[in-house]
Design a protein around this ligand. Structure first.
Ligand code: ARG
Length: 457
């Protein structure tokens, strides 16, 4: 394709280091789509004849059909998907294939292809996340009033409901989706027509190619068009943030599935056994979601390091932009699908959750609040009194609500039997009615609003 000024071909190692076809063939659909839009515009503008444009368009369709049926060959001599597709076109239609690359460079071509690919990737990730949100909503609906211990420092803190806990993740994934939407909106401009770096003298219609490819318009600066990969970095940033959320949810499943917790039993489909310990039922998928988040973060760092010192415009370093994005996208898709499956099929041990919520003095704050409300005690003093009640219950090996009224009165005479109304875990969660709180009425309202939001999208 560029052999005119060379007497010798590249060495084998040169060929190997230079070739991107083993990975960028994954963009063949985007590449052919871009070429179709380009040649249609060239024909309309009279830059190539209508006959040539039609022949090329037909040939490109044939190439697409071949790639679809037989896959894309790994021909290192042809460097990349752009050259390979054009070479195949030339095999099929002859010399008029050479007119396709008029007023185009691989630099604006690859920038366009990659944007199209990342845009599709964003749409896929968004749809997958919606599925996960839907699964979380269904399980939250089921468990809007199922009491579990809420933790801080992984120490029993205050009772919450499982539905509330699951809805916390719903919120995180909603933000992840909005980050993806933002990134998509910002990147949706078409670099085609920037040519190598400076634009072109041919009378292109950049608006037409942009519109044909579903972009909002053409990019505004030719140098920026071929040099920018921040759209991919933005996608990876959103992917990393999402994978961190997935990893935290996965970690909860790992902890909850452990015997000491016993909050959840993962379905057979989402568990693995041990080759030596017959009793084992391991949460491998959750652990891998946790692990993969590190690799997705690594992909972001990799691309940022590729880009950080490059002067304008294109440098070949930029060819390294694709492997980390492809890898991160695949891992993210796998992680979302795995967490969706685990959430959908998990059996939540609500009896066990309730027992642990009741055993950890999780209603101590409710006792302190009661003293403030009903006996006019300053909160700091109420905190101290409650601490003594917890110590007494702990010493006797009983729950707070099992302390006798005499025992409570001995700690503070202002306590009366109405206090038992706030010491149960149900009373505790039912009382947390502030907006965004864990009271089942609030959780149900949040679920209704969330469901409505999903349906209106
Ligand atoms: N395979 C190249 C890439 O992925 C395409 C652009 C090549 N451009 C060039 N001037 N060598 O970046």
């Amino acid at each position: 394709m560029w052999g005119g000024r060379f007497a010798e071909g590249p060495s084998a190692v040169m060929r190997e280091i230079n070739a991107s076809i083993p990975f960028d063939k994954r963009m063949w659909r985007q590449d052919l789509r871009g070429s179709q839009a380009h040649v249609a515009m060239l024909g309309k503008q009279g830059i190539v004849s209508a006959e040539d444009a039609a022949r090329i368009a037909e040939g490109l369709e044939q190439v697409a059909a071949e790639f679809e049926a037989e896959g894309v060959p790994d021909d290192l001599a042809l460097e990349d998907i752009h050259m390979l597709a054009e070479a195949r076109l030339a095999d099929l239609i002859g010399p008029s294939a050479g007119r396709l690359h008029t007023a185009r460079s691989r630099n604006d071509q690859v920038a366009t292809d990659f944007r199209l690919w990342v845009r599709d990737a964003i749409d896929q990730a968004e749809a997958a996340l919606e599925g996960l949100q839907d699964a979380l909503l269904s399980r939250a609906e089921e468990h809007a009033a199922s009491v579990m211990p809420g933790f801080t420092h992984l120490q029993s803190a205050q009772p919450v409901t499982l539905g509330h806990h699951l809805m916390a993740y719903f919120e995180m994934f909603a933000r992840d989706r909005s980050r993806l939407t933002d990134a998509r909106a910002r990147m949706n401009l078409c670099p085609l027509g920037a040519a190598a770096l400076a634009g072109t003298g041919f009378p292109l219609d950049r608006d037409a190619t942009a519109a044909a490819l579903g972009f909002d318009g053409p990019t505004r600066n030719s140098l920026d068009s071929v040099s920018d990969r921040d759209f991919a970095i933005e996608y990876l940033t959103a992917a990393v943030q999402c994978s961190l959320h997935l990893s935290r949810l996965a970690e909860e499943f790992v902890i909850w599935a452990s015997q000491p917790f016993g909050f959840v039993s993962l379905s057979d489909q989402w568990s693995t056994g041990s080759s030596i310990m017959p009793q084992k039922r391991n949460p491998d998928a959750a652990e891998l979601v946790r692990g993969h988040s590190g690799r997705i973060a690594g992909a972001l760092v990799s691309l940022m390091m590729t880009m950080k010192g490059l002067p304008l415009a294109y440098s070949k370093d930029m060819q390294d932009d694709k492997p980390p994005v492809f890898e991160a996208h695949d891992l993210l898709g796998l992680c979302i699908a795995a967490m969706t499956g685990m959430v959908e099929s998990a059996t939540f041990r609500t009896d066990r959750m309730r027992a642990l919520a009741e055993s950890g003095f999780a209603t101590a704050t409710d006792l302190a609040d009661w003293l403030v409300r009903e006996a006019g005690v300053p909160f700091r003093e109420a905190h101290h009194i409650t601490g003594r009640a917890v110590a007494a219950a702990e010493g006797a090996g009983i729950r707070l609500d099992q302390l006798s009224l005499d025992a409570l009165k001995e700690i503070d005479a202002r306590i009366d039997d109405r206090v038992y109304g706030v010491l149960s875990v149900d009373a505790s969660v039912n009382s947390r009615t502030s907006f965004g709180g864990t009271a089942p009425v609030r959780v149900r309202a949040a679920i209704v609003a969330a469901r409505k939001g999903l349906e209106e999208e």
